[in-house]
Design a protein around this ligand. Structure first.
Ligand code: RIB
Ligand code: CA
Length: 312
């Protein structure tokens, strides 16, 4: 099994942190060549700090971390401290990491990595607003062919949105970037809320990880407990675990099912901004541009996450 060579673009963020940890805990299948960060759950100053903190906590301070876009392409920044806390890693003790932030801009790192990678290209995993990836698509069109695939967490269709009735956070923050990425022509596997709402984590999962893991796992386990009581719609103490689904799919694709669909992103509308418009029945005649994940084995994903992070 050849390793997936990936760049993980994210906005840590409690679930982003678990996606980073899952990737770092899976070196047999994943070569994480760098982490790029974007403003999202919390401002860029905190997302880039948090990415470095998580790498250090996981014992992998050799992974280069880069800062990217500090605001969406054209909208004002929107954050999600109510979910992730003011630090972005609510529940974890935060401090200034010892490992340095890389000097280059995230977009330049992604472009240079694409330019120098082999014929197999690179997998771009995106767990935050898609601003960095959209800038790569716009500024480096000749490198698009080196993007082997894009695996992203974002969007919502059949289950409705989580920041508006129709829009999911990552897409809503930067709908113009999302529209550009979904139109870029490269293979996309999209984990919208349709999929991630089937992966519900809570105190039992945190306790399992604490009981089987080492020091890093015992600290990361708190991220499996929702901030506050968690949204009532998912059951007592449970909340969806979004971002790790992207990495879990690279490790165990059989845990998921997807459908080839044409996805468009609404970039206008007082009520519809950030909607991922999924053409389930091909009524638009547009060619499919994404594998939209429709089913997730929630227990299987959480078992994999606990088993792997316990190894750190
Ligand atoms: O809507 C959930 C997504 O928005 C996740 O990626 C979470 O980290 C936030 O970025
Ligand atoms: Ca995220």
């Amino acid at each position: 099994m050849t390793a997936h060579r990936i760049i993980l673009d994210c906005d840590p963020g409690r679930d982003d942190a678990l996606a980073i940890a899952l990737a770092l805990a899976s070196p047999e299948e994943i070569e994480l060549i760098g982490i790029t960060t974007v403003a999202g759950n919390v401002p860029l100053e905190l997302t880039q700090r948090n990415a470095r903190l998580v790498c250090e906590l996981c014992g992998h301070d050799q992974v280069p971390v880069y800062a990217g876009a500090r605001r969406p392409l054209s909208r004002a920044p929107v954050t999600a401290e109510e979910i992730h806390g003011r630090s972005g890693l609510e529940g974890l003790e935060v401090s200034e990491p010892a490992m340095a932030l890389q000097d280059r801009h995230a977009v330049d790192f992604i472009a240079e990595s694409l330019g120098s990678c082999g014929d197999d290209g690179l997998t771009l995993v995106a767990c935050g607003p898609l601003t960095n990836l959209a800038m790569v698509v716009a500024d480096f069109p000749k490198l698009l062919a080196k993007i082997r695939q894009i695996v992203l967490m974002g969007g919502a269709s059949r289950v409705g949105g989580n920041v508006t009735p129709v829009a999911e956070f990552n897409i809503h923050v930067d709908p113009h970037a999302a529209a550009a990425v979904f139109a870029c022509g490269r293979p996309i596997t999209a984990f919208g809320l349709d999929a991630t709402y089937q992966v519900l984590a809570g105190p039992d999962h945190a306790e399992r990880l604490e009981s089987v893991g080492g020091a890093a796992a015992r600290r990361l386990a708190t991220l499996l407990r929702p901030v506050g009581s968690g949204p009532a719609r998912f059951g007592p103490g449970l909340a969806p675990l979004h971002d790790p689904c992207t990495v879990a799919w690279l490790l165990r694709p059989h845990l998921f099912e997807a459908q080839s669909v044409a996805v468009a992103v609404e970039t206008e509308g007082d009520h519809t901004l950030g909607t991922t418009v999924v053409d389930w029945w091909g009524v638009t005649g547009r060619a499919p541009n994404a594998e939209w994940v429709t089913r997730a084995d929630g227990d299987g994903v959480l078992d994999l996450l606990i088993e792997r992070i316990a190894r750190l």
